[in-house]
Design a protein around this ligand. Structure first.
Ligand code: CDT
Length: 313
């Protein structure tokens, strides 16, 4: 048995006026709780250092640069790395990343998540692939979801890294709704997928989905876990932030697709599960033995085509 004890470190709201130092104090409380409860790794949500700033639009994007991290660790986040190393507890952290200028002076903005091992070293960096929402200001909305203005899609896709004695992959929020995210990692032998999210309960383009947010959250992560024989850890920033209510329901899903632990509040809460990575083989070695049963030759549309093409036209 290869057991990794994972803590899903859900956060309640972070308001715009909250400083990084204040937020890191909250992360440290959850990290220490994780250490006390035997965690090897504690997983924080998407954009865990700030409020979900894409809900506001600014005409000059540089005015939003203060929401982004230019170094990791930086002065405000260093205490988290130091405490992780002291406690021997790794973590996964989502934040907005502003890169140094390229040779031609271009800077890049990504929605990023890093994986930090128990000695405090960064072992992997993932940049969100599926960027939801809109590119332009939509003043008629009750709140913006301008992620497509604030972030470019990560160019590197979905990696899987050796960490915590297993094979670990990452995805961020909207990525969890897309089966391709899981399968690309599944094809690299992923055993543990870590995912932070900020999911407003009100979906402006189609409010009929509002009451289904919790159902869809569980549906996609349970299906992704089962169909790829992997553990999935989904961690929310939930509750009412700047007047916008967001889904909590952080959960840890087994390779069977069963939810083995789930948050019961919409605030700061640590949900812990002992994840046997060898349990993955029960699925990847049987029903989902990819090498034996997959038929890539008939799946070519998945990578050759983006939108729907009607075969009768
Ligand atoms: N942060 C993020 O990706 N949230 C999306 C909301 C989609 S609606 C614009 C999600 O998939 O939960």
């Amino acid at each position: 048995m290869r057991t990794v004890v994972v803590g899903a470190a859900q956060l309640g709201p972070i308001e715009a006026e909250h400083t990084r130092a204040e937020v890191v104090e909250r992360l440290l409380v959850l990290l220490r709780d994780g250490a006390a409860r035997g965690c090897d790794a504690v997983v924080f949500p998407e954009l865990a250092l700030t409020t979900f700033f894409p809900r506001w639009f600014v005409d000059d994007i540089a005015e939003a640069d203060h929401w982004y991290e230019t170094e990791m660790p930086g002065p405000d986040t260093k205490p988290l790395f130091d405490e992780a190393a002291r406690l021997g507890v790794g973590f996964c952290l989502g934040y907005a990343e502003l890169t140094p200028p390229d040779a031609d002076g271009t800077v890049h903005r990504f929605n990023t998540q890093i994986l930090v091992e128990r000695d405090g070293s960064v072992v992997a960096r993932y940049r969100k692939v599926h960027i939801p929402g809109h590119e332009h200001h939509e003043p008629d909305r009750p709140f913006q979801h301008a992620e497509r203005y604030y972030f470019e899609p990560g160019p590197d896709g979905f990696g899987v890294w050796p960490a915590f004695g297993g094979r670990v992959g990452m995805m961020i929020c909207n990525d969890r709704r897309w089966p391709e995210s899981y399968r690309v990692m599944g094809l690299q032998g992923v055993e543990l997928i870590l995912c932070g999210y900020n999911t407003p309960l009100h979906y402006v383009p189609d409010p009929s989905q509002d009451v289904l947010q919790g159902f869809h959250n569980a549906l996609v992560m349970q299906a992704g876990a089962y169909q790829n024989g992997a553990w999935v850890v989904g961690v929310a920033k939930g509750g009412v932030e700047a007047g916008v209510d967001s889904l909590a329901q952080s959960m840890i899903v087994a390779p069977s697709g069963q939810i083995v632990a789930q948050a019961y509040t919409a605030g700061d809460e640590l949900v812990v599960a002992s994840c046997d990575l060898d349990w993955c083989k029960r699925y990847t070695g049987t029903l989902f033995d990819f090498d034996r049963y997959r038929r890539p030759k008939v799946y070519t549309r998945i990578t050759s085509q983006r939108g729907v093409v009607l075969s009768d036209e």
